[in-house]
Design a protein around this ligand. Structure first.
Ligand code: PEP
Ligand code: MN
Length: 263
């Protein structure tokens, strides 16, 4: 079902003011994790002002250590929804566990399935049965075929609103957090009609690499970007090293229209 052979035209996924695919390009930005209400509202307004189309923020965080900050849960969902409403931006957040799905559906406009859950087949089936669009991140070590078959689980249940997200894969290289598989962007678009966005934040793990890698993804044909932004990355509770400061995102956004023009 996700193959180009069954559908030649690009799938367009519309989420409020954001749209992906079929020539539509949108930027999703926000903190790795929702941390506090006031800062998130202020950040959402700044993001809206610089041309972002969707707000992100994790409230259920898939942390390597069980002792690291795990997210604010339900309270975080309320802050995220409030910030999205204040800035008139749709919101996306990750669901880690099927038991939280009903709750997340009440607050989020789009459901994120993170890398670590790309092959959580029970969770994929459940999000396949809801009406919300789904952002499906590529697994840490998933092949393109495994990634597309994970999308197939969702679409096979009836939910055709799936956006794929290339967020880097594990390689032998340790200088960056992951390695962005740039060729995956045009190749997945050749194999599938689903939109593909790139996440240069998790792909690199390093703030200074985010703008150049984001530009490369745009030129490779991405239908959007997901970028982590924090008002004060040095005190972020997760992923501070890869989070842009708001003025850095603003600068990146200023250069984006010219890139989209020439590609
Ligand atoms: C995230 O987007 O917050 C996240 C945890 O990403 P990934 O699943 O790609 O590691
Ligand atoms: Mn993160």
């Amino acid at each position: 079902l996700v193959s180009r052979e069954t559908q030649a035209e690009d799938t367009v996924v519309q989420v409020g003011v954001a749209a992906f695919g079929g020539g539509n390009f949108s930027v999703i930005a926000g903190p790795c994790a929702v941390e506090n209400r006031e800062e998130l509202i202020e950040l959402a307004l700044q993001l809206k002002a610089c041309g972002v189309q969707m707000l992100r923020g994790g409230v259920f965080k898939p942390r390597t250590s069980p002792y690291s900050f795990q997210g604010l849960g339900k309270e975080g969902l309320q802050f995220l929804a409030e910030a999205g409403a204040a800035a008139e931006l749709p919101v996306v957040t990750e669901v880690l566990d099927v038991r939280d799905l009903d709750l997340v559906l009440q607050y989020a406009d789009m459901i994120q399935i993170g890398s670590r859950n790309m092959q959580n087949f029970g969770l994929l089936r459940e999000v396949g049965r809801v009406k919300h669009p789904v952002l499906l991140k590529r697994g840490l070590s998933a092949t393109l075929e495994e990634w597309l078959l994970a999308a197939e689980y969702i679409v096979a249940e009836g939910n055709r609103q799936v956006v794929l997200c290339e967020r880097g894969i594990r390689t032998f290289e340790t200088a960056t957090r992951n390695t962005l598989d740039i060729s995956a962007i045009p190749l997945v678009k050749q194999l599938s009609h689903l939109p593909v966005v790139a996440d240069p934040s998790h792909a690199t793990g390093r703030r200074e690499l985010v703008p150049p890698v984001a530009r490369a993804a745009v030129m490779a044909g991405a239908d959007g970007l997901m970028i982590e932004v924090h008002p004060a990355p040095e005190r972020a509770l997760s992923d501070g090293a890869q989070s842009l400061r708001p003025h850095q995102l603003e600068q990146f956004m200023r250069g984006l229209p010219a890139l989209l023009q020439v590609r």
